[in-house]
Design a protein around this ligand. Structure first.
Ligand SMILES: Cc1cc2nc3c(=O)[nH]c(=O)nc-3n(C[C@H](O)[C@H](O)[C@H](O)COP(=O)(O)OP(=O)(O)OC[C@H]3O[C@@H](n4cnc5c(N)ncnc54)[C@H](O)[C@@H]3O)c2cc1C
Length: 453
């Protein structure tokens, strides 16, 4: 008797796949209820912000997923103390808009502003650092309010430096953050200039750039031997504001995060011959990078870069690895060779340009990917699902070879053993704290247990 036939006899039932219950969080009591063992909420519990992570850190196949984006009140903006206090579900673009009305901005160049404040604190929120002061958004967090996995309500401030360092980039493993107070700064204008280079030429200047305090971001087309480089410098000291226009950044974002993925998706359907398809896709990418970057975007501030809202990136697949800035000229040449060789061997290649940016050394959080030294974050992106999973396994092999540092929320196919090797004592310290703050493992899913048990 076939399996299909057995199913219909009624003697054998295939169980329905397990599913987590989603609970929309709109107030603080709801968070307490989710984590109160006497309320009988199914475990494990996973907090979820805007769900823009590329790994299963924000979801679960069973238990409860706490949807945090309803907790979206900005409680206080203080122009005297240069701080903002907001609930964890507030989107970064909403925070930036509210701050701009007071002439203020978040510290650091953070794109993907559709993410929530809680997600941006609990998972590394990185962007091109100008200078050497600010790595992730979490480094500007002064205090947080949270409910621990054990159900305790806590306020953690600067006095508890070690605990605050663990809560930053804690991936929702210590508890659910409900509110945070961040340092902000007066809006400050930076100057953006653009270059188009071959990969060889980019390699030649990568070390100098990586070691300087210029902020940079690049788009890399390995199959066209092209790098589009965007260099950012403050016009003057932070606090000095020049004229900046929001529209060019909006157009840039629209080109990169909406038009390009949609064009790729359509061309993948319309052009069945791979070589023709990729030729057209690469030409569209080059045109987008060339026109949008060089003609329009000349100055900006952290508020004008409100790019990549969560809704427009749902169909983009990505995996991010960070590499030591000191070796980056070698890594980027090796990455180009890896992409070409892998395409020849497997027939798979990414259709969207990879992007990268320098992040400065940032030891403010225990699990910071740039804890020891400045790093370059390299984000591989595609809309091509077929073959993607094998591609990210090969990419992980490549990254391990080049001393890549993974990010638990953004790095696909990460081997637990490699993560333990890279994060070493910091990870052991974090896991010890996790066991204290969540003694019954209420926040621990099988995916997270690989790394954090
Ligand atoms: C196309 C694309 C481009 C991207 N580019 C960048 C980039 O340039 N730089 C960058 O840094 N990131 C980038 N990201 C990644 C992503 O935006 C970040 O990882 C983001 O910080 C996650 O925020 P979120 O609100 O989506 O959180 P989620 O993805 O929902 O959650 C992230 C983690 O935080 C935990 N969490 C969420 N809310 C809370 C809370 N209230 N309390 C405790 N834990 C919580 C979750 O459990 C999970 O472990 C990109 C993503 C995409 C799709």
């Amino acid at each position: 008797m076939t399996a299909a036939r057995l199913k219909t006899t009624g003697r054998y039932r295939v169980p329905a796949p397990a599913q987590a219950t989603e609970i929309a969080i709109n107030n603080l009591k709801a968070v307490s209820r989710v984590l109160d063992r006497d309320q009988g909420c199914a475990v494990p519990v996973r907090p979820q912000g805007a769900a823009t992570s590329s790994t299963d850190c924000n979801r679960s196949a069973s238990g409860t997923v706490a949807l945090m984006s309803g907790l979206d009140r900005i409680t206080d903006i203080n122009s005297q103390s240069l701080t903002v206090t907001a609930q964890a579900g507030v989107r970064l673009y909403a925070l930036s808009e509210a701050l701009a009305e007071h002439g203020l901005e978040l510290i650091g160049n953070h794109e993907m502003t559709g993410r929530t404040l809680g997600g941006a604190i609990a998972a590394p929120c990185l962007g091109p650092s100008i200078g050497n002061r600010h790595g992730s958004l979490a480094s500007s967090v002064r205090s947080v309010q949270m409910i621990t996995g054990g159900g305790k309500s806590l306020t953690i401030g600067a006095q508890q430096k070690n605990l605050l360092g663990a809560v930053r980039s804690s991936y929702g493993m210590l508890g659910i953050i409900t509110e945070a107070t961040l340092n902000v700064q007066p809006q400050t204008t930076f100057n953006a200039t653009h270059r188009k280079l071959t990969i060889e030429k980019f390699c030649a200047i990568a070390d100098t750039l990586s070691m300087s305090d210029v902020g940079f971001r690049f788009a890399l087309l390995p199959h066209r031997d092209r790098v589009y480089l965007d260099l950012r410098r403050y016009l003057s000291d932070p606090g000095q504001s020049g004229q900046t226009y929001r529209m060019p950044w909006k157009i840039k974002d629209w080109g990169e995060s909406t038009v390009l993925p949609h064009v790729c998706l359509s061309l993948n359907r319309l052009l069945p011959i791979q070589s023709v398809r990729y030729r057209v896709i690469d030409s569209v990418s080059q045109a987008t990078q060339g026109i949008v970057n060089s003609r329009f975007v000349r100055t900006g501030n952290n508020g004008t870069m409100q790019g990549r809202t969560a809704s427009s990136i749902k169909r983009v697949l990505y995996s991010t690895w960070c590499f030591p800035a000191t070796d980056f000229s070698f890594v980027i040449a090796a990455y180009r060779d890896f992409c070409k060789a892998n395409y020849e061997r497997t027939g798979y290649r990414c259709d969207i340009p990879a992007t990268g940016y320098r992040i400065c050394r940032d030891a403010s959080s225990v699990l910071s990917p740039s804890f020891d030294e400045p790093m370059i974050a390299l984000q591989t992106m595609s809309t091509q699902l077929d073959g993607w999973e094998n591609h990210v396994i090969d990419l992980a092999d490549f990254a391990e070879h080049w001393a890549g540092v993974p990010i638990f929320s953004q790095t696909r196919s990460l081997r637990a053993e490699y993560a333990r090797q890279v994060y070493a004592n910091r990870l052991s310290h974090f896991c010890k704290l996790r066991r204290q703050m969540d003694p019954e493992n209420r926040l621990l899913t099988p995916f997270m247990a690989q790394y954090f048990q």
